[in-house]
Design a binder for this molecule. Sequence first.
Ligand code: PMP
Length: 352
Amino acid sequence: MSFLVPRMAALSPYVPGMHTEAEGALRLNSNESPYPPSPGVASAIAEEAGKLSLYNDPDCTALREAIAERLGVKPGNVMAANGSDQALLLAMAAFADARHPVALPDLTYSYYDDFAAFLGIPLLRRPLREDFTLDAADYCEPGVTVLFPNPNAPTGLAVPVEEIRRIAKADDGRVVVVDEAYVDFGAETALPLIDVCPNLLITRTFSKSGSLAGARLGYALGDETLIGELQRVRSATDLYGVSRMAQAAGIAAMREWPYYEANCRRIERTREWTRRKLTELGFEVLPSLGNFVFARPPVDAALLQRRLEARGIYVRRLSAERAKGRLRITIGTDADMERLIAAIRAILEEER
Ligand code: PMP
């Protein structure tokens, strides 16, 4: 017996990485930052706590100003959202429908599938090349809305910004959404293109480089008209979706951004160390520009995942066909990755 209407009954909800906060557990399965928020974040949130009887600013004015100032754009180019997931869902609702499908890679962030199913939007899956790189030519078809992360997840591979311009220019009557959740770990942003591509929408998050995954804060960037349209859709569904605490946290994080920049550089260094060590252990590792690596272990991926879990280390195995035999491993601190490598070494020795 189900009360769900058929489309909702057909949903197969997103399965996130196993959530544990157990003592000693090492979470390398959700691409969180291993570094805590900067000191100003906690005090900014504490200050808001006393004002919780009052509604939050629905326009997120101060937050949008803070983001715009750091990025060198106008507040009108910025829309805040309850996590970038919300910005992405709203973008799909705003710029695609049953008659305007969305083209996306065959291996990518799988939540897009759930958003599309929820909204009744058909998807056109464009196969990545054999080496997991994306061919811009696959996204130049007129009339088709485009969505992909750059760098892509779970591969960590990025498309040059020139290719994004080519895609956007191929038909400026439809929207191209570039999800820059992981752009701060070494990839080039498409942000300068928003001045010349009024159909380009970029989404970003505070969840990865900003150490604020639990605050739920993301944003979209684009031409003022495009952002105005997205904001209109947001206002119709979740006007107060960015809480007081999230807004205050985001403003504080923007002020203290050099701290986060330094963390990104540390994560990049740790990522390259991890890639080297995994390669030495017989893994095939893609050259990631995210805060994770996508790697094929020299033994069965499911077995290795289970054996790591028994040691309190959680990594992600994705169900997509092209992710078979591979693991996505978040980059933690140096100590975290030393623990991971030691555990893998021990497990591989036991398997010999
Ligand atoms: N895009 C990609 C590619 C992601 O991996 C994630 C995080 N799982 C998100 C968007 C969503 O991040 P959030 O909603 O926390 O901003």
